[in-house]
Design a protein around this ligand. Structure first.
Ligand code: CA
Length: 388
């Protein structure tokens, strides 16, 4: 079997409302799908992390840089392809967009491998340690409105997410310590005392401000404090982890085994959040997962994007070994964005219906069982939303 063509599909539409995180507000939803075709009629699907113009530029890397390197190669030789592409791109991008581009191609190769062998990806990875996965619903995105209004909105939104059946929830912060603590208190009030909530700063704080917010989150019994400081600040992560009474999480902005080795050896994370659609695809994710577990660091995947990215993560979460194991083991969770996302709800010929499963299945989502990713993107939906 040979790879005959690689095509990027950048999808985009206008969101019904402006949403934000600590770095920017945004008005569009986008997704970047990668399609790998073969001379035997089998097609694989993958996804690259990176919105908007990042996706448009990554399309250039996927089609213009990676495709010529791998045309004619056997798509089953995933690790050979991975290293050929990585080694040829090394001088131009060991992290960032080249790795995001490689990720989408690699995931599509795993989809093909599953279709060739008629097995779901989680079985190719060694089998299902769990056949369904707890789901946390994140919302409470920033909006361009006064903090008092946002706090009132967050109380209601947090209660809605809890009532929708999710096992936990997550909020954004980013207005500065005083306002952010007020918003976190609103979320705690909305969900009540016995419900797990997490706080995502998207690396907006100085270390001193992260201590201020982190101490308040510890008092509120928040479950984790995500990306409190810049991802480059490994020592800041370690100092926060040593002294705060809340789990420190992060890692979505790291790429590949070498970057992850530095993070893990520095002991700055209670919970690692690798992003499979950015760090190098499923092939590299497996190595990062092994590294994380070798450091006894639990993993909760970062998830962003379309139903293709979600399906990819469901397979990974199913195949993730328990750490350390037991009768009632610690479990990973599926990250689920509760805001408007047509590429999650409408992309597939047979939708995943995650919200319905969460509501009817005690907050858990079953893992797809079809060959490969087990999902089938609808061409007419792709054509409708395609902008590049
Ligand atoms: Ca995040």
């Amino acid at each position: 079997m040979k790879i005959t063509r690689i095509t990027s599909h950048v999808l985009e539409y206008d969101l019904p409302e402006t949403l934000g995180y600590s770095q920017q507000y945004y008005t569009k939803r986008s997704a970047h799908l990668v399609e790998v075709e073969t001379n035997q009629g089998l097609t694989g699907w993958g996804e690259c992390f990176g919105p908007g113009n990042i996706a448009r530029a990554n399309k250039g890397i996927v089609e213009g840089v990676i495709q010529p390197m791998v045309l004619g190669m056997d798509p089953m030789a995933r690790d050979v392809i991975w290293h050929k592409v990585y080694n040829l791109m090394r001088d131009h991008g060991q992290k960032g967009m080249p790795m995001q581009a490689l990720s989408g191609v690699d995931i599509a190769l795993w989809d093909i491998a599953g279709k060739v062998t008629d097995q779901p990806i989680y079985k190719l990875l060694g089998g299902a340690h769990r056949t369904d996965v707890p789901v946390y619903g994140y919302g409470m995105m920033l909006r361009p409105e006064p903090v008092a209004d946002l706090a009132a909105r967050f109380i209601d939104e947090a209660a809605q997410i809890r009532d929708a059946g999710f096992t936990a929830t997550k909020m954004k912060v980013g207005f500065g310590p005083k306002d952010d603590i007020r918003l976190a208190e609103a979320v705690r009030k909305g969900v009540g005392d016995d419900f797990r909530f997490m706080v995502d700063a998207n690396h907006c704080y100085t270390t001193a401000d992260a201590f201020t917010v982190g101490r308040a989150l510890g008092d509120m019994d928040a479950y984790w404090f995500e990306e409190p400081v810049a991802p480059e600040d490994l020592n800041g992560y370690r100092e926060l982890r040593e002294r705060l009474n809340v789990n420190i999480s992060g890692g979505e902005a790291e790429f590949g085994r070498w970057g992850w080795r530095a993070i893990l050896e520095n002991r700055g994370l209670d919970i690692a959040q690798p992003e499979v659609c950015a760090l190098g695809g499923i092939t590299e994710y497996q190595r990062v997962l092994a590294l994380a577990h070798a450091h006894h660091t639990p993993v909760v995947n970062h998830v962003w994007g379309s139903a293709v990215a979600i399906a990819t993560n469901l397979h990974l979460l199913a195949a993730m070994p328990p750490l350390p194991g037991g009768l009632h083991p610690w479990e990973p969770m599926l990250e689920f964005d509760t805001t408007h996302n047509a590429f999650r709800d409408k992309l597939l010929t047979k939708p995943l219906n995650i919200q319905q499963h969460v509501k009817n299945n005690n907050g858990r989502m079953p893992v797809p069982n079809g060959p490969g990713l087990g999902v089938d993107p609808d061409r007419s939906v792709i054509d409708h939303y395609k902008v590049a």
